[in-house]
Design a protein around this ligand. Structure first.
Ligand code: GLN
Length: 395
């Protein structure tokens, strides 16, 4: 301990002092060590779209590698605005788009910019594990509305009861990781009404907006009545283009909000690598058929893993979006909680997964396990075969 630091003054901010490493990193680390098939952390195993990789490589060699404008290259800001106009009917100006180093940075910047000391932030569990520490570190207080399977439905009364006079923000994810659901039209309408009635700002983590199946269209909250000027819409090139390591994201909001968001962003990462921004701008301009093909391929992977698991006696919940399916352990005849099951399968079956309890701060749902299907057919088949053998060994 260095001079001047007393026993009563332990090192580090309380939010981080006792915090475990995120479950995604932990499970990927275990998979690397043990050689397990990694269906834990959500990332594809493919190289990524050739034409977008090529665009990034070309830009790296032929364009500037110095600081781009702080809020992002004009070309990418324009491409994001044009993309949302075309795909979601939203009318944004390029000045309302701030490019970030991934969606997690966008969430952090939004919270740092908008949470005032003591403000309450309404969140819906299950939730991405970054939300709560970021809210707390930003000086806010999280109010968690706990949702439960099988429907994960958001009810009007529960929502109203979670709001207090100190609530200033709603932080939400749609489509939802880890449940794989897309919020229903009435639920989005309820959330929008709640925001308008209580004068809340909504931070919408919509990173899965394009990874949605069975012909269903994504419905952005910013498009609901009264939401245009009170919503921060967050997107991710990593998810849209299957390039999670790129860490290119953005946050879109009306000018008064965007100005604040940019101030927070400028002192987190300041800028995002320019060659990646050029490539993402090109990617966003791809024709509708490109996005359909991407969705079609993941939908086939979803169906493949689900069929393999069901064939092995597992009960798998419906998945409308994301790269994840959830397995119901008790319904599958497995008498273990999610953490125990994930421990057993990584060691004994050689498959890494994520326990759903990791997405709850309290009173977790403990009977569901998340598996990522954005993998090659052979990997999915091998994982299903290993999990089949594991289940058979229990009976
Ligand atoms: N979104 C990823 C997942 O759910 C995790 C992102 C991360 O690990 N930072 O697996």
């Amino acid at each position: 301990m260095s001079a001047g630091m007393s026993e009563r003054d332990p090192l580090g901010h309380p939010v981080y002092r006792d915090m475990p490493t995120t479950i995604f990193e932990k499970m990927s680390g275990r998979a690397r060590e043990t050689g397990a098939i990694n269906l834990g952390q959500g990332f594809p195993d493919a190289q990524g779209p050739e034409e977008i990789l090529r665009a990034a490589a070309d830009a790296l060699m032929t364009r500037s590698n110095q600081y781009p404008p702080m809020a992002g290259l004009a070309e990418l800001r324009g491409a994001v605005a044009a993309h949302y106009a075309r795909h979601q009917g939203i009318d944004l100006s390029p000045q309302e788009v701030i490019v970030t180093s991934g969606a997690t940075e966008a969430i952090a910047a939004s919270l740092l910019a908008l949470v005032r000391p003591g403000d309450e932030v309404l969140v819906l569990a299950p939730l991405y594990d970054a939300y709560l520490p970021l809210i707390e570190r930003a000086g806010g207080v999280a109010r968690v509305l706990r949702l439960t399977p099988p429907d994960w439905r958001i009810g009007r009364e529960a929502l109203a009861a979670a709001v207090t006079p100190n609530t200033r923000l709603l932080l939400m994810n749609n489509p939802v990781n880890p449940t794989g659901i897309a919020l229903r039209e009435q639920e989005l309408a309820l959330l929008a009404e709640l925001c308008v009635e209580n004068d809340l700002i909504a931070i919408c983590d919509e990173v899965w907006e394009h990874v949605i199946y069975d012909g269903v269209a994504h419905r952005p909250l910013i498009g609901f009545p009264g939401m245009r000027d009170r919503t921060v819409k967050i997107g991710s090139a990593g998810k849209i283009f299957s390039l999670t390591g790129w860490k290119v994201g953005w946050m879109c909001a009306a000018p008064a909000l965007a100005t604040l968001l940019a101030r927070a962003h400028q002192f987190i990462t300041f800028t995002t690598p320019p060659h990646l921004q050029w490539a993402v701008a090109e990617g966003l301009a791809r024709p509708e058929s490109w996005f359909d093909a991407m969705r079609g391929a993941y939908q086939a992977s979803r169906d493949r893993l689900v069929a393999g698991l069901r064939g092995a006696g597992y009960v798998v919940n419906a998945c409308a979006a994301t790269w994840f399916v959830t397995v119901d352990l008790p319904a599958s005849g497995i008498d273990m909680d999610d953490v125990a099951f994930c421990e057993r399968i990584i060691e004994e079956a050689g498959v890494a997964a994520i326990p759903i309890s990791a997405f709850y701060p309290a009173e977790p749902v403990t009977h569901l396990v998340r598996l990522c299907f954005s993998k090659a057919d052979g990997i999915l088949d091998e994982a299903a075969a290993r999990l089949a053998a594991f289940r058979a060994s229990l009976i």
